[in-house]
Design a protein around this ligand. Structure first.
Ligand code: ZN
Ligand code: ZN
Length: 210
């Protein structure tokens, strides 16, 4: 089996790898090792394709505060769920299979003292084995890996990005807060429509008018 990436792990080779996993031409585990080995040497944002996309998409002004003070950052507004969350979702869609499997191989066996004594393993290890066995026999890990690849291809496409100045990017990375559209100087949680200070001003105005 040929496991060679020509030059770069770009959208084309990622798409091909995905298809090969779906078609069973390559085991998902081999595909995963290949990707890990590649990104171990070169991060996604160090690839030629990424740099090219960044240059095409990055604006010369911050979408949030409007500053033109360089440098600008191309910020992702969407983050893919991790592989554990993906596996959980796939398992939830297999409720019938899950029930059957549990009847055949009761999960409670992981707490069976006799089995623990016999194997020398603790319940946590036994539970992990139980999940792994279910995942393996129902293609859960493979499907989760394929979904992860889809998400990764989307991430690499930079389609969900905005241009932010360094300050706004920093706040967004560290706190998930957004810039207040009213004063354009304070940040607040996306749950609210304005910052604390602007909310106070609004309240004062409203109570003054009533
Ligand atoms: Zn900004
Ligand atoms: Zn404000």
């Amino acid at each position: 089996m040929e496991l060679v990436i020509a030059n770069e792990l770009d959208a084309f080779s990622l798409g091909k790898l995905r298809q090969d996993v779906v078609d069973g031409k390559i085991h998902w585990r081999d595909a995963q090792s290949l990707i890990c080995a590649y990104y171990g040497k070169k991060k996604p944002w160090q690839t030629k394709e990424w740099k090219q996309k960044r240059n095409e998409l990055i604006a010369d002004r911050c979408t949030q505060c409007g500053t033109q003070k360089l440098p600008m950052v191309l910020q992702h507004t969407w983050h893919s769920p991790d592989i554990f969350a993906l596996k959980k979702k796939i398992r939830a869609s297999l409720s019938v299979e899950w029930k059957e499997w549990n009847e055949k191989y009761p999960r409670s066996r992981a707490y069976d003292e006799e089995l623990i004594g016999l194997t020398g393993k603790n319940p946590r290890q036994l539970l992990k084995e139980w999940y792994d066995a279910f995942d393996e026999s129902h293609g859960v890990t493979r499907d989760a890996f394929v979904k992860w690849l889809d998400d990764h291809i989307r991430y690499m496409s930079c389609e969900d990005t905005i241009t932010l100045c360094r300050r706004c990017a920093f706040v967004s990375d560290k706190t998930n807060m957004i810039l207040c559209v009213i004063c354009r100087s304070n940040y607040h949680s996306p749950k609210f429509e304005r910052c604390f200070r602007c909310a106070e001003i609004k309240n004062e105005k409203e109570s003054a008018c009533s």
